[in-house]
Design a protein around this ligand. Structure first.
Ligand SMILES: [Zn+2]
Ligand SMILES: [Zn+2]
Length: 212
């Protein structure tokens, strides 16, 4: 069954060339527009200036019948849905047990000292059974919760806008994180006049969601 679904998604055998487009989003570290590329079964967002690179494994079947921009929306929707499962301890790939750790060191190439990303709290989600791993800012992980996605949707913002750009969940002007001494954390998201607060425990499980 796994092989059948892998073949159907196009994992095996299809040669896929490289394709490029400009994204609508700015690099979080500088003002350059991020490039979108599809290559080697991954959707890649990359800053042409200083090498920030975000890579999302994506089978060629996902690109069939879609533009690169449409593929990007699909990848972000699936990433959010996958993170929503993984956040609850369920691997979206193999159904195994996932574990969340935070704060962690970022594992991909961000700028060093003085970058706009210095104060980001990073999280890591790992599957105990397979290679699945997410390493998002903690707010992004928390924003996979349906209440936060609903909050964004109410304000006319989709998954891509929750992940990138001026209203993204990791933008310090939108979100605030308080790490409590007890081990838990409260994330607050503000859009317009509205605010949504989410409490998580030290294992990353959501314990409370409320409007503030
Ligand atoms: Zn940049
Ligand atoms: Zn897994």
């Amino acid at each position: 069954m796994a092989v059948v679904s892998a073949v159907y998604a196009g994992t095996y055998g299809e040669a896929s060339g490289e394709h490029r487009a400009k994204s609508p989003w700015e690099c979080p570290n500088c003002n350059r527009t991020l490039d979108i590329r599809y290559e080697k079964e991954s959707l890649v967002l990359e800053c042409p200036e200083h090498g920030l690179r975000l890579s999302y494994p994506t089978p060629p079947g996902a690109y069939q019948g879609r533009s690169l921009e449409e593929l990007t929306d699909v990848v972000f929707s699936r990433t959010m849905s996958g993170m929503n499962l993984a956040r609850q301890g369920i691997c979206p790939r193999c159904w195994g047990v996932t574990v969340i750790e935070y704060p962690t060191e970022p594992t991909y190439g961000l700028d060093g000292e003085g970058s706009a990303q210095d104060d980001i709290v990073w999280a890591e989600v790992d599957c105990n059974r397979c290679w699945l791993q997410y390493d998002p800012p903690l707010q992004v992980l928390i924003s996979s919760h349906p209440a936060v996605r609903g909050f964004y949707s109410e304000h006319g913002l989709d998954d891509a806008e929750a992940l990138f750009g001026s209203r993204s969940t990791s933008n310090p002007e939108v979100s605030d994180l308080v790490l409590h001494e007890s081990g838990g954390t409260t994330a607050t998201f503000e859009l317009g006049e509205d605010a949504l607060a989410v409490d998580i425990d030290e294992g990353g499980r959501v314990t409370d969601v409320r409007r503030e």
